[in-house]
Design a protein around this ligand. Sequence first.
Ligand SMILES: Nc1nc2c(c(=O)[nH]1)N[C@H]1C(S)=C(S)[C@@H](COP(=O)(O)O)O[C@H]1N2
Ligand SMILES: [Mo]
Length: 405
Amino acid sequence: MKRRSFLKNASISTLSSMVGAKVVFASKIPGSYIPLLTQQNDPYELFGKHGDMVVLNDKPWNMEARAHLLDDEVTPADKMFIRNNGIVPDITDPDNWKLTVEGESVVTPKSYSLNTLKNQFKPYTYQLTLECGGNGRSEFNPPAKGNQWTVGAVSCAAWKGLRLKDLLQDAGIKPNAVYIGYYGTDIHLSGDRGKNPISRGIPLAKAMQDETLIAYEMNGQPIPLVHGYPLRLVAGGWPASASGKWINRLVVRDKVHDGAKMGGQSYRVPCEPVAPGAKVDDGDMCIIESMPVKSLITFPKSGALLNTDVLNIRGHAWAGELKVSKMHYSIDFGSTWHRCDLKPPKNRLAWQRWNASVSFPEKGYYEVWVRATDENDQSQPMVLPGWNPKGYLNNACHRIAVKVI
Ligand SMILES: Nc1nc2c(c(=O)[nH]1)N[C@H]1C(S)=C(S)[C@@H](COP(=O)(O)O)O[C@H]1N2
Ligand SMILES: [Mo]
């Protein structure tokens, strides 16, 4: 709702029904004033999120799941983390939404209506893991600024749309094309319409993968507003910042895209390991591409009291572009590890279900740690991996506490 026009758009009777009572001095409301009760500042209601989700920031809105909320095979909308760099846009006229493909490496710039994208290109549906590059940031020391994500900035929903490669083929790209950049309609926190909160992208090779989608549906529904309605780029297995929400423009570039948050310290890590707290020059930072191997215990919830000495545990594991090949758990603080049962992914770039039956030798306090290994034999570290200035890529083993009583 635009501030200027609150009472132009909402009549006094609409206002009364919004606040659920007669607004006694409605005629005295100044033109620029938004009545408090209509500001809808409850993020749970505003975005339809589960009550156990955690708000990390309200300007912009950022919310994360907790591990036990991510137990579903396919992440439902109400348990999906929210990461915004700017202000969620108002989408008032989706029927006239256009996606323009332009840039120096496109043959002829071309605009597509939503209708054309939905009806003139073959649709594909894939379950795709999207993890924020900063997931796990809260554990780094010295600490890194930014949302203090714990473990819940990851999701694996089913996305439906056309393949980016089909769109690029239709638009026609020049042989010198190397990168695709996105622009969305969200608003910079300063309110300056000339600035983009974020404009990142992916190299051409990632853009040409079968699973890289221009999505218009999530879990069989139009994409929820906060997750990118009506159109979103989805590049599974890469930091989710590559998956632009509310996109209305793609640029085909002859060099690495240089939009907002592509350079400097954003979504980049030191190309070579550095000591914790080190100052790293921008020139020594590399763009994060495929995300590292990682896993979560989604059942039971940490802190569970068990009146049984055998417990079935389960969760998900993922490894960016790679498959997870092995999954282990430990109940003795990482001294010995035991195999878990691991399922194949629903499709490439989807997380994988794992489960195990754990026997506890006696009553008492335990921690269950889990460790995934990818097909290149890289395992999760038991403790924090390489420190980096912005606290990206923490893929340390997930741990839960349980008591057998
Ligand atoms: N237009 C736009 N796209 C965006 C963002 C944003 O702020 N604006 N945030 C990015 C980041 S950093 C992440 S982690 C994911 C979060 O997606 P989600 O909110 O749907 O979970 O969206 C990405 N795409
Ligand atoms: Mo992110």
